[in-house]
Design a protein around this ligand. Structure first.
Ligand SMILES: [Fe+2]
Ligand SMILES: [Fe+2]
Length: 226
């Protein structure tokens, strides 16, 4: 029997600590303990990032605890849920990369159940899996927090440490650019298939943030290969 939850804090003060605790409790019934710990850490780091970058810390904490709401579902369940919720995703994700659906399905389901959390929270949840070229501050916060939370134990740890060191040192959008670049490098270095929209996003980001890379390598003046 699923536990009964007192849902009143979600209506009374959706960004408050009580609402957060109710949602954390509900999440504990949806994901394994390790994932719950990850989500709690993402919420904490998101709160810290929001404070560092002048965003709303309580909203960031809420988006953080909710971002992996659907991570406990398997590929088949994610596909079914995406279709049922009429989530707008392309065919390739649906057939070849269903794990990317856990952001969009969570955002769709939660926006229907708790519209009071607001469009910015749902967008941050939706975008945490693939990023985007036009990320709002809260989108950037959740994307980065997901990667740098202290329990993150897989991936290129040197790259993660570098990202952690950049917090507060560079603007939030640039921090996101660096985090997106980290993800892309990790995916390529581990021989993963890339979602085509990810490459489009990278190309758009390079137009905006190429100057950052340019300081390290003059990408516009690399001699042509013979
Ligand atoms: Fe996720
Ligand atoms: Fe996550």
């Amino acid at each position: 029997m699923p536990k009964e939850h007192d849902m009143s804090p979600l209506a009374a003060d959706p960004f408050g600590k009580e609402a957060y605790d109710v949602l954390k409790d509900m999440l504990s019934e949806r994901v394994r303990p390790k994932r719950l710990k990850h989500s709690v850490n993402v919420a904490k780091v998101a709160r810290r990032l929001a404070k560092a970058y002048g965003a709303d810390p309580d909203k960031a904490r809420l988006a953080g605890i909710l971002h992996d709401w659907d991570k406990g579902l398997d590929n088949e369940q994610l596909r079914d849920r995406a279709i049922e919720l009429k989530v707008d995703v392309d065919e390739m994700v649906l057939t070849d990369m269903p794990w990317l659906l856990h952001g969009p399905t969570a955002a769709a389901a939660l926006s229907r159940a708790y519209p009071q959390f607001g469009a910015d929270v749902f967008q941050a949840i939706e975008r945490h899996t693939s990023g985007a070229a036009d990320m709002a501050p809260l989108d950037c916060i959740i994307y980065v927090a997901d990667i740098i939370e202290p329990n993150r134990t897989f991936g290129d740890m040197e790259g993660i440490e570098r990202l952690r060191g950049l917090v507060g040192e560079i603007p939030l959008e640039e921090l996101y650019f660096e985090a997106f670049k980290y993800t892309l490098q990790f995916l390529v270095s581990t021989d993963r298939v890339l979602y085509p929209a990810t490459i489009d996003t990278w190309n758009i980001l390079m137009r905006t943030y190429g100057h950052i890379a340019k300081e390290k390598i003059d990408i516009w003046n690399i001699p042509a290969l013979d």
